[in-house]
Ligand binder design. Structure first.
Ligand SMILES: *Cc1c(COP(=O)(O)O)cnc(C)c1O
Length: 442
């Protein structure tokens, strides 16, 4: 029996809130869960039942919920400056964050938005406007990877290749072309991941040779196409794509919104390829999962093409909350935690413990392509169940575990703060939920 508060909150939510990417009718059978508080990797519902947040609340939460260091920074910032518009004004948190991000990425001139999709739009607009300012206005189109995901606003949907979105919203969007994904699972007999990467890069080269004159930028999710089902690729693809983009004078945008901030084992995923992109998009983990914030950083060359007496040659983009001081301060506190906790090294050891705990899942007879990169795990489940994802999610929730497969791909993207108890909850809950779901096949 659930507590009345819980039921009434859920009923009021269904009456007043339109939940994201949700068929609301589904909630008749499977109501949303009302969360009252969260601590570390655990969410607590209004009845006090706890759930392990094994997907970091849609990949944003890096150091667990309610982290005291981030909380203290936010409380301090609230007493100083809540918000001021960033046009004509500046403030310490945005300056310090921009300096830190510049050191970390090797790019600069940080431009801020609030969501990942806004970062995608900023990067695409900046790229096309760069070519316009440099006398090549025909370079105004984009290319992305098959299965790519870069957000869901109308501009970002142009480079998001997810079938259900394309079908519904294609008429609203100036769709970008896609080139083959270097997804390592596409390897044919005798091929390794680097071979797949070279094959995909060869297709990119053919495409660029034909379309470079009208193309502003290639946008990629480096190393992991997360929304496509944690599709991993070899860093060789990024090296080849970088070389091709330079040769054909097309910008390379790396969308690190999901994979940035240590998720793949390095601070940023593209660093594993040793390349320098023309633009980087950041969001999600940037504030440790506390406040919405996104940023785009670029090169001095791009910046210089906008620097002029003419207003129209400036970058024409703003949001009301651009560079919000609270969000910037949360981001600074998050970056401080990487140093204080030696996160990248600590995660190497943590990931090995999780690997060991999840061995039974990885070697499960119905699992294919068991894979991990950094703090991302994925297992493709061989099942004829058409609604595997929904059923699995239910069984996991019943075990106090938040996991939401993408299609038949079960994955975990936990916060970087799992202790032994949380690891056990993840590994045994994920395995039990799998077996319970497969039981329903008959
Ligand atoms: C989540 C995501 C986005 C969009 O970010 P929102 O904050 O949801 O708009 C863009 N790109 C990638 C790679 C993402 O994972």
């Amino acid at each position: 029996m659930q507590h009345p508060t819980h039921n009434s909150l859920v009923a009021r939510s269904l009456a007043s809130v339109w939940h994201p990417c949700t068929q609301m009718k589904r909630h008749e059978a499977q109501p949303p869960v009302a969360i009252a508080r969260a601590q570390g990797p655990w969410l607590y519902d209004t009845d006090g039942k706890r759930y392990l947040d094994a997907i970091s609340s849609w990949w944003v939460n890096l150091f667990g919920h309610s982290h005291p260091h981030i909380q203290a920074a936010l409380a301090d910032q609230l007493t100083r400056l809540d918000h001021v518009m960033l046009a004509g004004f500046t403030h310490a948190p945005v300056v310090e964050l921009s300096e830190r991000l510049s050191v970390l990425t090797g790019l600069g001139h940080a431009f801020y938005g609030s969501d990942g999709a806004a970062a995608t739009e900023i990067a695409l607009k900046m790229s096309a406007h760069y070519w316009r300012n440099t006398g090549r206005p025909a370079k105004s189109r984009f290319v992305g990877l098959a299965g790519g995901y870069h957000g869901e606003t109308v501009g970002a949907l142009a480079v998001t290749d997810i079938a259900i979105f394309r079908e519904a919203y294609a008429p609203l969007v100036r769709l970008a072309d896609t080139v083959p994904s270097p997804d390592a699972r596409g390897a044919t007999a005798g091929e390794n991941a680097a071979d797949v990467a070279r094959r995909a890069a060869a297709a990119l080269e053919v495409w660029l040779a034909e379309h470079h004159a009208t193309t502003a930028a290639l946008i990629v999710e480096p190393l992991v196409q997360c929304a496509a089902g944690m599709a991993l690729h070899d860093p060789e693809y990024l090296r080849l794509a970088r070389a091709l983009c330079s040769r054909y004078e097309v910008h390379l945008v790396v969308d690190e919104i999901a994979v940035g901030f240590g998720r793949t084992g390095t601070m940023f995923a593209h660093q594993q390829a040793g390349i320098r992109p023309d633009f980087i998009c950041l969001s999600k983990g940037l504030t440790g999962g506390t406040l919405p914030l996104s940023a785009v950083l670029t090169t001095d060359v791009v910046y210089a093409a906008f620097y002029d007496d003419d207003v129209a040659r400036g970058f024409l983009h703003s949001h009301s909350y651009t560079g919000n001081p609270l969000a910037c301060r949360a981001a600074l506190a998050t970056l401080e935690l990487f140093d204080q906790l030696d996160t990248l090294n600590a995660n190497t050891a943590l990931a090995q413990r999780i690997d060991a705990a999840c061995a039974a899942l990885s070697y499960h007879p119905r699992v294919r392509h068991s894979r991990r990169l950094g703090m991302i795990w994925a297992w493709d489940v061989d099942t004829p169940l058409p609604d595997f994802s929904r059923r699995y999610h239910q069984h996991a929730m019943a075990r106090g575990l938040v996991l939401r497969p993408i299609g038949n791909t079960l994955y975990a993207m936990p916060p970087y703060v799992l202790d032994d108890e949380a690891i056990a909850c993840l590994s045994s809950g994920a395995l039990d939920a799998l077996n319970a779901t497969l039981q329903e096949e008959s």
